[in-house]
Design a protein around this ligand. Structure first.
Ligand SMILES: Cc1cc2nc3c(=O)[nH]c(=O)nc-3n(C[C@H](O)[C@H](O)[C@H](O)COP(=O)(O)OP(=O)(O)OC[C@H]3O[C@@H](n4cnc5c(N)ncnc54)[C@H](O)[C@@H]3O)c2cc1C
Length: 311
């Protein structure tokens, strides 16, 4: 088998950061790195990053991602290239077609991978379980290709300036079951949490909907914007515009104060680059403390009361 194959992700004419991160991830594994770019004009993307050995330009009749097109192209590329590993982003796009290809071709598979190594020729992937409390190393025996979805921002982006050779690779693509027609802007929410300087974020620890006005007032007094973890949106207590995390918004305020949030990876994905993270949780083992700069093992209502008194 022949090195690692990665598939570039692009949106509205721009490469997404995960593309460069996949190159760095691939360098952890043995063998050459091949990058595939699927697009109407694949040459418009400069994917010649350091660490890429070969670029496959796959012509398609569309510019934006379509699940069936990527699936057909990846199957053909795997047949041609016979890679030991295929790396895709753990992104909305790849979550659709990546597992489908792995299942169809009988490949090894893991998602949300944030560490990679090559041991005695076998691919070893690290991923987390139980909301980030357990890190497991999955060893894939040699002899069978493995398809891994790599967590965004887990690897540094590769630098430009590579010297890979490019070649065209035509694939017979079946008629798509779903076509991309256009992007539509999501209706603006009541507030833009992504530009806030100070975010007060509340989680399921607040217990009940009736508590929300209290934290809205506290946020006002603090000069903060109120944000929430996903369960509060799922429960219909707050609009999705306020959700921080993988399936919500990414925020990077100067201060992120998290009350009653456990720190699941999907939540951390949306806030871990905040300047100063302060966490309050009654559980000393809560994963949020792994990323917090300051932490208090305390009842969030006691902390809220003290802040209300101070203000
Ligand atoms: C595909 C996918 C996408 C997802 N996307 C997101 C996302 O974008 N954003 C997101 O947030 N989640 C997301 N999730 C859900 C995520 O996995 C967690 O379930 C969620 O983040 C948990 O929210 P929480 O921390 O508020 O709740 P819990 O995990 O229930 O944690 C509540 C915390 O409050 C603490 N607590 C309880 N009472 C008190 C108290 N009185 N004082 C102090 N602490 C207290 C508890 O110790 C606990 O740690 C996603 C999941 C999946 C599968």
């Amino acid at each position: 088998m022949n090195g690692t194959l990665i598939v570039a992700e692009h949106l509205l004419g721009e490469l997404r950061d995960i593309t460069r991160e996949l190159v760095t991830a691939a360098r952890e594994l043995a063998g050459p790195v091949a990058m595939a770019v699927i697009d109407r004009d694949a040459s418009r993307f400069d994917v010649n990053f350091r660490g890429v050995d070969e670029v496959f330009r796959v012509p398609a009749d569309q510019e934006e991602f379509e699940n069936d097109v990527y699936q057909a192209a990846l199957e053909a590329l795997i047949a041609e290239r016979q890679p030991q590993a295929v790396l895709l982003g753990f992104t909305v796009n790849s979550m659709g077609y990546g597992p489908a290809v792995a299942a169809k071709l009988g490949l090894g598979f893991a998602s949300d991978v944030h560490g990679l190594a090559s041991e005695d020729g076998a691919v070893v992937a690290t991923r987390s379980f139980y909301g980030g409390k357990v890190h497991a190393e999955l060893e894939f025996s040699t002899g069978r290709p493995v398809l891994l979805l790599v967590r965004p921002a887990a690897f540094a982006p590769a630098e430009p300036g590579g010297s890979a050779a490019s070649k065209d690779f035509s694939v017979e693509i079946p008629a798509s079951r779903a076509r991309h027609l256009a992007f539509e802007e999501v209706a603006a929410g009541d507030v833009d949490i992504t530009t806030a300087d100070f975010v007060l974020s509340i989680g399921r620890g607040i217990g009940q909907r009736e508590e929300i006005p209290r934290f809205e007032q506290l946020a006002d007094k603090l000069g903060a914007i109120l944000a929430v973890s996903r369960p509060l949106v799922d429960a219909g207590w707050m609009p999705s515009a306020r959700q921080v995390g993988q399936s919500g918004k990414t925020v990077s305020p100067r201060v992120y104060l998290a009350l009653g949030i456990s720190g699941a990876v999907q939540h951390l994905a949306g806030m871990k680059t905040s300047g100063t993270i302060i966490a309050v949780n009654t559980d000393p083992e809560a994963a949020i403390f792994n990323v917090a700069h300051y932490g208090a093992v305390a009842d969030l209502f006691d902390v809220a009361e003290e802040l209300e008194k101070l203000l």
